[in-house]
Design a protein around this ligand. Sequence first.
Ligand SMILES: *Cc1c(COP(=O)(O)O)cnc(C)c1O
Length: 459
Amino acid sequence: MNYVSTRNSSKSFKFKDVFIKGLADDGGLFIPKSLHKYNQSDLIEFEKLEYSELAKKIIYPFIGDFMSEPDLGKIIDKSYSVFRKKNVVDLVKIGDRSVLELFHGPTLAFKDIAMQLLGNFYDYHLKNENEKINIVVATSGDTGAAAIDAIKGKKNVNIFILHPNNRISPVQRRLMTTVGEKNVFNIAIEGNFDDCQNLVKAMFADQSFSNEIKMSGVNSINWARIIAQSVYYFYCYFLIKDKSEPINFSVPTGNFGDVYAGYLAKRIGLPVNKFIVATNQNDILHRAISNGNYYVENVLETISPSMDIQIASNFERLIYDLNDQNDKKTIDVMKRIKQIGKYEINKENLDKIHVDFVSSRMDENEVLNTIKTVYKKFDKVLDPHSAIGYGAFDKVNLKGNNIVLATAHPCKFPSAIEKAISIKAELPDKLAFILNEKENYDIIDNDLNKIKKHIKERV
Ligand SMILES: *Cc1c(COP(=O)(O)O)cnc(C)c1O
């Protein structure tokens, strides 16, 4: 499979570049030149497969000559052996909807599902190439922990994680900062997640810096993460017994990565009706999808910090599709967003969006109330992000099989849970030690030169 950048469709890339670089040199996002499509008989064949076997089938066509099929198979088996569920995910019924639990990995959020695989991809790549690389990544709370768990202790790779200081939950922070391995570096930035993400983007764009440190990225724009995430949409589809009704997914959304993975699954043949892009008060995507106003506003702090994002990086992939996969038009739109923070989506493009997506928004009280209602009625505890996904089906009227993606374990957000239902959401025994462990991290200003210097001194 060949890839292009959303900002230059004439230059071709292989999966290896796409995976290692993360972001294209021109600032664009990588996207396959063309997609294969599965038909009904392929789906019937996939239906019998266990999660890992299915992952092999879905992922292999995307990686080309990066590795052989048996090598990929071994890596997938190894990656998913660390999950608490044999088939990685679990589908449970809560009231009239199904909830796809994606948080059974080592750091208790869906990010583990892609990140464990990426960690082993790096291992494989670096063994063959004999080079040392430095991963630099911005996190709104969960990506960082998942990436650290996947990379800690690995040879020939360092990982630098930028998180917004005091804007993630203490459990989220401790999952990152109590890891003692020498190749892990935590940095708390005096700013919000968008600031962290902008710093990482600026470091990538500075080619002398990024080449010098052999910089690599695992943010949610990394295509390898997207393909790993599209697997669970397929797997979930096969768990639904009665498929006579349309199938809808509600996806708690920040950077538009997870829901884009669902859209990719649909484009390669999964019969999904709609995806709900479920946002918190940082509702730029809800405003964009419901009435075409993609206006960047200030980031608000919420009890669902992993979704406290205004600049949804993966949205550029959808913008590229809406603009007939035209790189020039995409560049124009992205320039305008950067300069004036605005993109008005016209009626024709909104109609195109609504073929696949609807959207919703929840304020803080609604999130707390959803957690409370679900607990009272069904004795189940949802984390604040998953609650936003769950409640979205009350706001958007969709008939059929309604599936909510549960993206994090409630114990990552104990103060929100306590506020909603006055119970203590406890960490699994294996992770309880992080609450007393010494933390390691440096606090640095939101200043590109200071960060670069800090990283250079440590590579
Ligand atoms: C990252 C994250 C999200 C948002 O996912 P995107 O791919 O950024 O849209 C939602 N919930 C949780 C718990 C997360 O960690």
